[in-house]
Design a protein around this ligand. Structure first.
Ligand code: ZN
Length: 319
């Protein structure tokens, strides 16, 4: 029985030449996705297929935050399910935000030296943390709304990380233990709403302005989160090109900083900041308009691609 093997000897399709080598204990390299195929549930992405965990491991939670909260034993079961046959073609499912409704969705302003330079602001002494409301989260292929209230719409390609363990007062040295994995974030920004008042929450939180995905690449599969190429294209034109080694405050430093003040919980998403090349920083500015296609890719984590549309008529009302 494949599932009964020690996790140290479970093979992964994602490790290439390393696939036949034993993993360290409690290492579960995976791409964890939330998808819809009649119902919404979670699965493992392997190549152009998705392993349906509802069928392959029915004892597991069907929702990402609950799976992460269930801890390493649950992740081991999920990883073992990769050998099972309950697969769907990736092309036949709709990828949802890997975490549908993060308990917290935080972001960091001015965290790349080149972006600080283009903003004309001072390099920060402390991480500039702000909230994106978790209601702005949307899927890796979903549309971004050009709001009725403002057309000063911009993209920000970013590395995000997802918390896997409930924690507080985590040192930088221990921070890797509480990060479940990494994903791509577009920290979509309404610049006039962002900058006309001292706090950025309003301009960063319009509905649909938090595309995340395409899935969570678990920390065990990411050799070094601080050495990943990041690129953003708009309509195929390369706008942002950097590497996460340029982060001023890296993921582990951010975990220490955030958890000094408050508890981090499974499913929390933290976007780490954007490099130079945002639309507002260009001369003249190149803001997003309806029909634009924003594609963001991070080495090893995949790509998200979101099309800008006019905010639909029916977006209002009491529901
Ligand atoms: Zn940002």
């Amino acid at each position: 029985m494949y599932k009964m093997q020690s996790p140290r000897f479970i093979q992964s399709n994602n490790r290439g030449i390393l696939a036949s080598l034993p993993l360290a204990p409690e290492e579960f390299p995976m791409k964890l996705a939330t998808f819809t195929h009649e119902t919404t549930r979670i699965g493992l992405v392997e190549g152009d297929e998705i392993v349906d965990l509802e069928a392959a491991a029915p004892e597991l939670p069907r929702e990402m935050t609950a799976l992460l909260a269930a801890g390493p034993d649950a992740l081991q079961v999920a990883h073992a399910a990769s050998g099972d046959g309950a697969r769907l073609p990736l092309a036949e499912v709709r990828l949802e935000p890997p975490v549908l409704r993060p308990p917290k969705f935080l972001a960091v302003g001015l965290n790349y030296a080149d972006h600080v330079a283009e903003s004309g602001l001072e390099a920060p002494a402390h991480p500039t943390i702000f909230n994106k409301q978790s209601t702005c989260v949307t899927g890796p292929g979903d549309p971004i709304h050009l709001p009725r209230a403002s057309h000063v719409l911009d993209y920000e390609g970013e590395l995000g990380f997802v918390i896997g363990r409930r924690c507080r007062h985590v040192s930088r040295d221990d921070a890797a233990d509480v990060i479940a994995g990494y994903l791509v974030v577009d920290d979509v920004s309404v610049r006039d709403w962002q900058l006309r008042i001292p706090t950025w929450t309003m301009g960063k939180s319009f509905d649909t302005h938090g595309p995340i995905g395409p899935w969570i690449t678990t920390a065990d599969e990411v050799q070094d989160p601080h050495r990943l190429d990041l690129r953003t294209w708009v309509n195929g034109e390369l706008r942002q090109e950097s590497n996460t080694k340029e982060l001023i405050f890296d993921c582990f430093t951010l975990v220490e900083h955030l958890s000094t003040a408050f508890t981090l919980e499974p499913g929390d998403v933290i976007a780490t900041g954007t490099p130079s090349g945002v639309g507002i920083g260009m001369k003249p500015p190149k803001l997003l308009v309806a029909g634009d296609v924003v594609r963001i890719g991070i080495e090893g984590l995949g790509e998200i691609e979101n099309t800008v549309i006019e905010e639909p008529e029916h977006s209002g009302g009491i529901r």
